[in-house]
Design a protein around this ligand. Structure first.
Ligand code: G6P
Length: 372
């Protein structure tokens, strides 16, 4: 009933709106007064974590996209090589694992069979498994060595939203914790990022307050067949997630690409008035990436694409090439997915509504897939 949905038409809208709280709750109690991380739940001894020589992340669907973003965080902050693989592929290629591999299984439900089979395989090889999970006492955390729970609260809509944002937070926390455990020279940077994370609930809230133009744009595109999504760096998995949301909800052909790959094939798809969503990295820090993506936007626009540009507040260089400009708050480079994903969720949800689709229960999909 309407009360269950907190006054929203769909659970998905309620869950999108709950994201600031979900992010805040997932951070709660995991940082001490000095700004250091206290992840007591990660029961794997620090001595063992210092010996880890490879992190392997396995997950499915939206959780897999969280894993793709986690790779950037693990490699940048903890300086440990990190692989990410769809759980359904993992054990069939006889992956190289050992006692120094740390396997992270990310799952909202904790019941996804593909992810469960991947983690069982990893444990058989002697690897430690850390679960990142939203469901207390579910099978994946029960079979893992340790679990870091995301505190998104129950997620009912099949298309994952708030669970995704909290998976990102949990992944950032694990990456920072690994960095902390493995070397004090990172202490200052860790504290700075932890402070930035604490600001994120407020930033996500600000994004939610500015979504009306995105909804309007979505409605205007209801008759389209295809939407492309481009991104670089952590914006690439964000593009993949934006495309997945659109497939799941709007039943549209949607594809996410690494923007640099555009010229190696996908640009052939660009034709007059094709909507292309571009996730633009911050112009600060990695400005090389920013400049490259600006030229990607110019290339597709010259071929007639209708550009929908997601860019940081204050980034003026993209404005001339954006048919539609969606602003997101300034964040550190690695944390941008927490704000950049939100407009894509709103976009897909509104497009689904405009196309008359069932938002909370898309055709052919299940919230949790308990068969391989
Ligand atoms: C299903 C759902 C997706 C979800 C995936 C992984 O396919 O429809 O929304 O991302 O399973 O689910 P999990 O519970 O393991 O995160």
């Amino acid at each position: 009933a309407a009360a269950e949905k907190g006054g929203h038409d769909y659970f998905m809208l309620k869950e999108i709106a709950e994201q600031p709280k979900a992010v805040a709750d997932t951070l709660l109690g995991r940082v001490d007064a000095s700004g250091a991380l206290t992840l007591d739940e990660v029961r794997i001894p620090a001595a063992e974590l210092r010996e880890v020589d490879k992190v392997v992340i396995v997950a499915c669907g939206t959780a897999f996209h969280a894993g793709l973003i986690a790779k950037y965080a693990v490699e940048h902050w903890a300086r440990i090589p990190c692989e990410v693989e769809p759980a359904s592929e993992f054990r069939y290629r006889d992956p190289i694992l050992g006692s120094r591999s740390l396997v992270i299984a990310v799952s909202q439900s904790g019941e996804t069979m593909d992810t469960l089979m991947a983690l069982r395989h990893a444990r058989e090889q002697g690897s430690k498994v850390l679960a990142i999970c939203n469901t207390n006492g579910s099978t994946i955390p029960r079979e893992s060595d340790a679990v870091l729970y995301t505190h998104a609260g129950p997620e009912v809509a099949v298309a994952s939203t708030k669970a995704f944002l909290t998976q990102l937070v949990a992944c950032y926390l694990v990456a920072l914790y690994l960095a902390q455990v493995r070397g004090a020279k990172w202490a200052d940077e860790i504290r700075a990022v932890v402070r930035d994370l604490a600001r994120m609930p407020g930033e996500v809230e600000r994004v939610l307050e500015t979504m009306e133009p995105v909804r309007e744009l979505a409605r205007s595109l209801a008759g389209k067949d295809t939407v492309l999504f481009l991104g670089r760096h952590v914006g690439h998995p964000v593009a993949l997630e934006g495309a997945l949301k659109l497939k799941e909800l709007a039943y549209m052909h949607a594809e996410g690409f690494a923007a640099g790959e555009l010229k190696h094939g996908p640009i052939a798809l660009v034709e007059e008035d094709l909507p292309v969503v571009v996730v633009v990295p911050s112009p600060r820090g990695r400005s090389v990436l920013h400049d490259k993506i600006v030229s990607n936007i110019q290339e597709i626009r010259a071929r007639g694409a209708r550009t929908i540009v997601i860019a940081e507040e204050g980034d003026e260089t993209v404005a001339p090439y954006a048919d539609h400009l969606v602003r997101v708050p300034v964040t550190p480079v690695l944390l941008q997915p927490l704000v950049a994903t939100v407009p894509l969720q709103v976009f897909a949800c509104e497009l689904a509504t405009a196309r008359g689709n069932e938002v909370d229960q898309p055709r052919n999909l299940a919230k949790s897939v308990t068969v391989e």
